[in-house]
Design a protein around this ligand. Structure first.
Ligand code: ZN
Length: 150
């Protein structure tokens, strides 16, 4: 268990397309555990592996005390639209209004190597889309209608 330093905007790793995980092995489990520790230490809502310098398709999101861990996540369907303010642990002191689909159906693999497929809405949907964007090298400031410096 370890708390990683969070990589900030300007770092190349945040702009790479992250690599697909081929096998859920002990090093991926360790990565998930360390990401959880790092998210808790930073008091954040979500974290993608590139944010701790690991270019792999792994994300975690914690909304309303429910932790979602996903390996190779994809958005299969989306519906509606909703605009809300976002921030990012990799972009300190900046927030922005981002328009995103309000509901998504997401598929991925959990730490037990099982395929999971579920619907999400509200903050969970937003956080999942934000983290999946990280795996494509996309940051919220790229897609925000407007950003604010605090
Ligand atoms: Zn982020």
């Amino acid at each position: 268990m370890a708390v990683y330093k969070i990589v900030e905007i300007g770092a190349d790793v945040l702009r790479l397309k992250a690599k697909t995980v081929k096998e859920v092995n002990p090093s991926i489990i360790k990565l998930l555990d360390n990401m959880i520790d790092t998210l808790h230490a930073a008091d954040g809502v979500g974290l993608a592996a590139p944010q701790i310098g690991v270019s792999k398709r792994v994300i975690i999101v914690k909304v309303d005390d429910v932790l979602v861990e996903l390996i190779n996540p994809v958005v299969l369907e989306s519906a509606g639209q909703n605009s809300a303010e976002e921030g990012c642990l990799s972009i300190p002191n900046v927030t922005g209004d981002v328009l995103r689909p309000a509901k998504v159906r997401v598929q991925g693999i959990n730490r037990y190597g099982q395929m999971v497929d579920f619907q999400a809405e509200r903050l969970l949907a937003r956080a999942l889309q934000h983290e999946i964007d990280h795996l494509e090298g996309i940051l919220f400031v790229d897609v925000a209608k407007k950003t604010y410096r605090s």
